[in-house]
Design a protein around this ligand. Structure first.
Ligand code: ADP
Ligand code: MG
Length: 864
């Protein structure tokens, strides 16, 4: 038997059965044939076959235009021919094996079944198109449908309520142990495959079940080219006719391809991706997704996403999971193996989420969710399944956070005898009056210190909100109670700045301060270690060097971490063990973490759910808005003139260089080149300085100091300048290639100016780019409010980027997104309820959940 021919026959039979409506397959017979013909050609065994294929293809190409009677005759004739052909076939099949035997094609009956489903889906689409208002008639793209956030409980379709987890899964005794076996157990998985899967972090059967597709291609919603509308976001399947490249006026390579699907042609253009010339070749079948745009009256795509069409995917179902892949492992293979695994093992999975939570959230069982996410039966079921798995991630995340908070505040602390009058003295000694918000937070911190429960608090505030002073007040409080304090910063420059700033603020109170960073000499380090152990240092300021094992305090009362988003849970844990022993008991020190990147409240609760929250929501008086402008590179010269004008008024400027690559070294090169260009060509008469990450700390500091002292007019720098640096006389922040930076980072950089009495400017130099870039730069032009920008950033980039996933110290989420506020809320409420009832998840019925949460957290970002 020959598969393509059988498949054709079942399609034709179905078409006949349905009365020749050209609906047996999605997209019509013509589209089907255009896929089929290629597959059939591959399997043709002789000349006669080949001729038959071409004739069939030709005959069916005009099917849509053929009259009802003509259709009937044509199909009847073809079915007969196919029968004839089958009769002539030798009994042994041709030795063309596309897939391993165990992964065979559906039997003809199954194929018919499948096609019926296709038909059903189409009918459903038509029905809903008819019954829905015009706006929503637009065909959903795959992205909108599965790849985007899912519906949450409030909008979940009602019918899901009725469907309880299927009883079938209860028939089997779950055997979680067997899932810990190597994937070797799975049919079709050999040593080579094991190695490949290892690269995807998949070792056990369980891992494989939890390797979720990163997205889905939905072949039921493909549109044909003749039906495209302007402005529509669509996916389509077509053949590349030709590919050309040219150079644009600004010397970019432009690759242009013409794609046809038999109903029409569309041209697609990609900019600055010269390698596409090698990848896109005429004759290839591709899936294109993008927005239909208009160019000289024609429909075009600009930089659509694309991928090679997988014939197998198309044949196997309408919704095709697309997995994370690694070289040597095709999506098809992963899909097949996942399918086998699901069929054999999914039922053995234990569902860790308690039944009542599932009921309330109207979620399918884990067994079912796993099955549907790998082998979806329908779009609805897939959405429900993904919702369930997303919920799990957020739920486990919350439970883990609560566990940490529970551990921290449940661990032995002590009440510090804070001398309030010393805090007051400190406040009065400041050159300004603290804002109400600052005073409120200082009081909160003072109470935390006095309380027996160890402080575990996050202090949030926009750039320039004045967090340092607040932290300093808490430090004064802890020192006044006779304990030691530590302040940890993410970079040496920032640690050094804090050291000099706090030396000024606190030095006159007679405290002993020390600076401990990686570049402090070994001998000096040992000296500091000894003094810390002897209790001779009141406040140590430093970088990661502070949490090294060698660092032991005599009596650590308070640790402050600046720029929280750069540190993870693990660092906090490391600090926790630096508390003193009192009466044989290890005391947990008080902890204050500060975040300079404002985080939307919803997210702060999730990411730092283990911390109490204080917010500085008020700026010190007299802060002015920074004028922000997006500048096109062509206007650079005029911008330099503006910078010069500011310098002539006695101000100073920063020029931040592009992050060319994810490499400090290359970034440094770019900074050096820019520095040379600016100091020789553009501003030969001015004094320029340079700071980059590859310089010695002493050199960096020297340059910074010169800038601070006003000896340098323009400081050319990489992003090392990003955090905390404070030079009030600087009024211009010029950022080259601003499109390379994230919103949060741009806002941070902007915060370096506008710190004094002078009007300040932030100039973002960037080409107009993708929609995202544009939105980011516009957002910066429009607001100076860090919290607002944080929301926006999160929306645009997702929290992974936002925090630097590896550094955030929280487990990586496969499916869920922090932008899904309602689901987050639901997960947090459920977690809270459960946690209040059984704080340690110690009850036997929560054992599976307890283990799962631990396992989930083991994947937390590495801190190295
Ligand atoms: P951030 O919150 O970004 O860490 P800083 O603590 O560095 O902000 O404060 C920014 C600047 O504002 C510093 O120069 C600081 O001395 C000053 N500052 C802090 N609080 C006030 C206030 N209440 N009034 C005036 N200036 C203040
Ligand atoms: Mg700060």
């Amino acid at each position: 038997m020959s598969k393509p021919f059988d498949r054709l026959q079942s399609v034709l039979k179905l078409e006949a059965q349905q009365g020749y409506k050209n609906k047996a397959v999605v997209g019509g017979i013509r589209q089907f044939v255009s896929f089929w013909v290629e597959q059939a050609r591959e399997e043709a065994i002789d000349e006669a076959d080949a001729a038959f294929i071409e004739q069939t293809a030709q005959a069916l190409t005009d099917y849509a235009q053929t009259s009802g009677n003509g259709r009937r005759m044509l199909i009847t004739r073809l079915i007969d021919k196919l029968d004839e052909r089958k009769a002539k076939q030798p009994i042994e099949p041709a030795p063309v094996v596309l897939a391993p035997p165990s992964l065979s094609q559906p039997e003809p009956d199954a194929a018919v079944e499948q096609l019926k489903q296709v038909e059903e889906t189409i009918n459903k689409q038509i029905d809903s198109a008819i019954s829905e208002p015009v706006e929503s008639q637009q065909v959903e793209t795959q992205e909108q449908k599965f790849n985007a956030p899912v519906q949450t409980k409030k909008v979940a379709p009602k019918k899901q309520k009725a469907k309880r987890p299927e009883p079938a899964s209860d028939v089997y005794e779950p055997d979680p142990l067997s899932l810990k076996q190597s994937i070797q157990k799975i049919k079709g998985v050999g040593p080579k495959m094991i190695e490949l899967f290892e690269k995807l972090n998949v070792q056990t059967i369980e891992d494989l079940l939890h390797l979720y597709p990163r997205r889905y291609d939905d072949y039921t919603t493909m549109k044909s080219i003749n039906r495209l509308e302007y402005g529509e976001k669509v996916s389509l399947i077509g053949t590349i006719w030709e590919v050309r490249s040219r150079k644009s006026r600004n010397n970019q390579i432009v690759v242009q391809a013409v794609i046809s699907d038999g109903t029409g042609k569309i041209s697609a253009t990609w900019y600055n991706q010269p390698w596409l010339m090698q990848k896109l070749r005429s004759g290839l079948r591709v899936v294109l997704s993008g927005t239909v745009e208009q160019y000289l009256g024609r429909k075009v795509f600009n930089s659509p996403s694309w991928e090679l069409l997988s014939m197998d995917a198309l044949r196997h179902g309408q919704i095709v999971p697309i997995y994370p892949l690694t070289k040597g492992l095709s999506n098809y293979r992963v899909q097949q193996i996942a399918k086998t695994t699901v069929h054999e093992w999914a039922r053995k999975v234990t569902d860790p989420v308690p039944e009542d939570v599932r009921q309330r959230q109207r979620m399918p069982s884990l067994q079912k969710a796993i099955k549907q996410v790998h082998v979806p039966d329908s779009a609805d079921q897939l959405i429900a399944a993904r919702r369930r798995l997303m919920f799990d991630e957020l739920f486990f995340l919350q439970l883990g956070m609560m566990g940490q908070q529970h551990d921290w505040i449940g661990s032995p602390g002590r009440s510090l005898a804070v001398r309030g009058e010393q805090i007051n003295n400190f406040i009065h000694s400041l050159p300004f009056t603290p804002t109400k918000a600052q005073m409120r937070v200082i009081t909160e911190l003072e109470q935390d210190l006095k309380s027996e429960t160890p402080m575990n608090r996050l202090l949030q505030g926009d750039v320039g909100a004045g967090k340092t002073v607040v932290a300093a007040a808490a430090i004064v409080g802890a020192i006044s109670a006779g304990t030691q304090t530590a302040l940890m910063a993410p970079t040496e420059i920032l640690a050094e700045q804090h050291f000099s700033g706090l030396s000024k603020l606190l030095g006159r109170m007679g405290y002993r301060l020390a600076l401990l960073t990686g570049s402090v000499r070994a001998a000096e380090k040992r000296e500091i270690y000894a003094q810390l152990a002897a209790g001779q240092i009141d406040l140590v300021i430093g970088t990661h060097a502070l949490i090294q094992e060698d660092v032991a305090f005599k009596n650590l009362g308070l640790a402050v971490i600046d720029e929280q988003h750069r540190f993870g849970v693990d660092q906090r844990a490391a600090l926790r063990h630096k508390g003193p022993e009192v009466d044989g008991e290890q005391i947990t020190p008080n902890l204050l973490v500060m975040s300079a990147t404002p985080i939307p409240r919803s997210l702060a609760l999730t990411l730092f759910g283990d911390l109490n929250l204080s917010i500085l929501d008020e700026m010190p008086p007299g802060r002015q808005e920074i004028d922000t402008h997006w500048i096109r590179p062509t206007a650079r010269e005029r911008t330099y003139a503006f910078v010069r004008g500011q310098i002539e008024k006695g101000r100073q400027a920063y020029v931040i260089c592009p992050l060319v690559e994810e490499s400090e070294k290359l970034e440094a090169v770019a900074a050096v080149e820019e520095y040379e260009r600016l100091s020789t060509v553009i501003f030969p008469d001015l004094k320029l300085g340079l700071v980059h990450g590859k310089m010695k700390p002493s050199e960096k500091e020297a340059a910074m100091r010169q800038f601070y002292a006003g000896e340098i007019d323009i400081l050319v720098s990489t992003t090392v300048i990003e955090v905390g640096v404070d030079v009030p006389n600087s009024t211009v922040m010029m950022i080259e290639n601003a499109n390379r930076f994230g919103l949060a980072q741009l806002h941070q950089l902007r915060g370096r100016v506008g710190r004094g009495e002078h009007k300040s400017y932030c100039l973002l130099v960037a080409e107009s780019g993708s929609g995202d870039t544009e939105e980011r730069l516009r957002a910066l032009e429009q607001t100076n409010d860090g919290f607002e920008l944080a929301e926006k950033d999160l929306e645009l980039r997702g929290p992974g980027e936002f925090f630097g996933r590896r550094q955030s110290g929280i487990p990586e989420l496969q499916l869920a997104s922090f932008t899904e506020k309602e689901m987050l809320e639901a997960a947090r409420e459920e977690a809270e309820q459960l946690f209040n009832a059984d704080p340690g998840l110690e009850q036997p019925e929560h054992k599976a959940l307890h283990d799962r949460v631990i396992q989930f957290w083991e994947n937390a970002g590495d801190i190295s």
